[in-house]
Design a protein around this ligand. Structure first.
Ligand SMILES: [Zn+2]
Length: 73
């Protein structure tokens, strides 16, 4: 994988927390199937999992990651 001097790996920004993984954008889908792009970014390193989410215009850093099975309260 190319690693240039701009700190991008494969076109994605390197994770500033672990400096091993890269941050990849996640898309979500609205109720009508319309994509909401770049709503969340997450580190690809399983030991790190640094994440950044944008919700209602606010930015949330390093929230716990839910796997979808856990009950939300
Ligand atoms: Zn990381």
């Amino acid at each position: 994988m190319a690693n240039d001097s701009a700190g991008l790996v494969g076109g994605f920004p390197r994770c500033a927390q672990c400096e091993k993984g890269v941050l990849v954008p996640l898309s979500d889908f609205g109720g009508q199937g319309a994509a909401v792009h770049f709503k969340a970014w997450v580190c690809t390193d399983p030991q790190c999992l640094f994440n950044l989410k944008i919700r209602n215009g606010d930015v949330y850093l390093n929230e716990p990651i839910y796997d979808g099975r856990e009950d939300r309260r």
